[in-house]
Design a protein. Sequence first.
Length: 147
Amino acid sequence: MKQKHPSDPIHALSPLLFQMRQIIRARVGEGGAVDPYRWLRLEVLRFLSEHRDASLHDISTFLCTSDPSASSLAGTLMRGGFVRRASGADRRFARFALTAKGRKELSRVRGKATRALGSVFGVLLPSQRRDLVALLDRVVEKNRSVR
């Protein structure tokens, strides 16, 4: 059902963002593609695959969360064998890297997650998807320090 939006488009963002979150979570969870509650861990694995030896602060900045929250998540991933502490006996300065198990898990779920997102955003033309990514990237970059 198409909603009527107030004259100022900013008022439309909140309900649209909430609905998009729900749609993505539902679509990603369809057919066991990716458990929506594991999406965060998948994104950290993806981040670590692209940023070798990332620090805890790098991870928290990427997630737009606090260092203690990122530390808790890193601990969960280490206990699961997906991530290892790459260096730094002092936990405050630790660097993290994917393990073979982490790379395998990322490879296993990445394609399924990509297909699920493709089904959501497939209603847009490729140029529209590029524009959407550029716009969202700008919003994230300008607000990254907000936690």
